[in-house]
Design a protein around this ligand. Structure first.
Ligand code: ZN
Length: 265
């Protein structure tokens, strides 16, 4: 999530696996992720053989009827800047300036992803739960990116968010997406929460192991979420990190998630 942007954004580079900020940050001259959106849309249109053979999930007709679009994901400016070593141009006191310049560069990418057909733009800011990010600068940077974007916007923050959820809900996005499968404290944080008109992206699948959980277990977590914030405010998804799972495990886990939702509705 870091290198893919650090490799392409002018002013950044990757050296020995570490992202560096080496000069004035500028928007990339081309889109970094538009071709991925294009590929995902084509895949959705033509359905993979996995999907076709698994009529338990959705028939092809039903899939096309229910298909809502592709979520495009951008690594947030705060997370990118705080994960990078700053060498030149921005010195230590100018980290905030680097975050804001990254926001302008990523805004351009968000617009390109939107033009490529993304239905939702999500900014991933895992650093906002670590306690080391300045939430005021992070909020300002995020608002630069999402300002004037017509698509629904989402911000993903993983890990323990119980200390910062109230602040995150002040960010100007439509969805706050967090992990709840493996974070019981995060569930507690939803008690009596004022969502301020936002929806909760509700991670309900454990992505830490390849072991596939039972439908009952996942349904139990979702049910708790419904009780806390209401069905209309919940967007069910997996916790983050699915990329580290085997393809079989990832597929089975997503299938359990869909079955759990069907079972509850
Ligand atoms: Zn995450």
């Amino acid at each position: 999530m870091l290198e893919v942007f650090a490799r392409e954004i002018p002013g950044m580079m990757v050296k020995d696996g570490t992202p560096l900020i080496i000069g004035k940050i500028q928007p990339a001259p081309y889109s970094i992720g538009a071709s991925d959106i294009d590929m995902a849309l084509k895949t959705a249109k033509n359905l993979s053989s996995d999907f076709k053979n698994d009529s338990q999930i959705l028939s092809e007709d039903k899939f096309q009827e229910n298909f809502k679009g592709i979520k495009a994901i951008i690594t947030g400016p705060t997370t990118l800047a705080l994960s990078s070593r700053i060498e030149g141009f921005y010195n230590k006191d100018k980290k905030d300036k680097a975050i804001i310049d990254l926001a302008w560069a990523l805004k351009k990418e968000a617009e390109r992803l939107q033009n490529a057909g993304a239905a939702v733009i999500q900014i991933d800011e895992p650093f906002l739960s670590t306690g080391i990010a300045d939430l005021k600068t992070a909020k300002k940077a995020l608002e630069i990116i999402v300002h004037d974007l017509p698509q629904p916007t989402s911000m993903h923050v993983c890990g323990s968010i119980s200390e910062v959820l109230d602040e995150l809900l002040k960010f100007k996005v439509n969805i706050i997406d967090c992990e709840f499968a493996d974070q019981s404290k995060n569930l507690e944080a939803l008690e009596n929460i004022n969502l301020k008109g936002k929806k909760i992206g509700f991670g309900c699948i454990d992505t830490k192991t390849n072991t596939v959980e039972s439908k009952e277990k996942v349904a139990g977590i979702i049910k708790k979420g419904i009780e806390l914030v209401g069905e209309e405010n919940l967007i069910v998804d997996p916790d983050c990190g699915m990329r580290l799972r085997s393809r079989e495990a990832a597929y089975s886990k997503l299938k359990v998630m869909v079955e759990a939702v069907k079972w509850l509705s």
